[in-house]
Design a protein around this ligand. Structure first.
Ligand code: ZN
Length: 155
C-alpha cells in the first residue's frame, strides 16, 4: 500500500447491516488491493450471521475476469448451505484516483448469478445514504433458463 489514508465508505450507510457488510468488504480490499488485478471485494452475509468474502480477479482477457460477488458466493457455498441474505461490494481507488473507496452495485452478470443462488438477497446500493435494496428490484424479469425450472429457493 502507498500509505495514503482511504476512509471506509461504511460512513455512507444508514443501516447497521449495510455498514457491517461494507466495512467487511472494505477491509478485505484494503488488505488485498493490487492495481489492475484486485480492485473490488465483496462480503456476503448468510442467515446464520456469517460473512463470506470474495475478491475480484482481473484478467488479461477481460471476459475471463471474475467479479468479487461471484467469489463471495463461492466461498459461502463452500462453507454453508445457509440462505444468503445480503451482499455489499467495495471498489478500492487506484493510486492515481482520489482516495475514496466506493460502494458498487453488482454488475448485470452478477445480478443474474446472485439471484440464481440467493433469490431473497438484499444488496447495498450507493444511494445517499447507501442502503440495502432487494436484488429483485435491480433485476426485474430475471432470465429463467432451462437448467432449473424456478430459481433455487431455500425453504
Ligand atoms: Zn459482477
Amino acid at each position: 500500500m502507498s500509505g495514503r489514508i482511504v476512509p471506509d465508505p461504511a460512513h455512507a450507510c444508514a443501516q447497521r447491516a449495510a455498514k457491517d457488510l461494507v466495512t467487511a468488504a472494505f477491509q478485505a480490499i484494503r488488505g488485498r488491493y493490487v492495481q489492475d488485478r484486485h480492485q473490488i471485494a465483496a462480503a456476503v452475509l448468510d442467515a446464520d450471521g456469517r460473512v463470506h468474502l470474495g475478491l475480484h480477479l482481473d484478467a488479461m482477457v477481460g471476459r475471463a475476469a471474475v467479479c468479487a460477488e461471484a467469489g463471495a458466493v463461492s466461498a459461502a457455498r463452500l462453507a454453508t448451505d445457509a440462505e444468503l441474505i445480503a451482499v455489499a461490494a467495495v471498489r478500492y481507488p487506484k493510486p492515481t484516483e482520489p482516495a475514496l473507496a466506493r460502494i458498487v452495485p453488482p454488475c448485470g452478470l452478477c445480478r443474474e448469478l446472485l439471484l440464481d443462488h440467493a433469490p431473497r438477497l438484499d444488496v447495498v446500493v450507493p444511494d445517499t445514504p447507501a442502503r440495502l435494496v432487494a436484488l429483485t428490484a435491480l433485476l426485474p424479469h430475471k432470465y429463467l433458463g432451462t437448467k432449473w425450472p424456478m430459481p433455487v429457493s431455500p425453504t
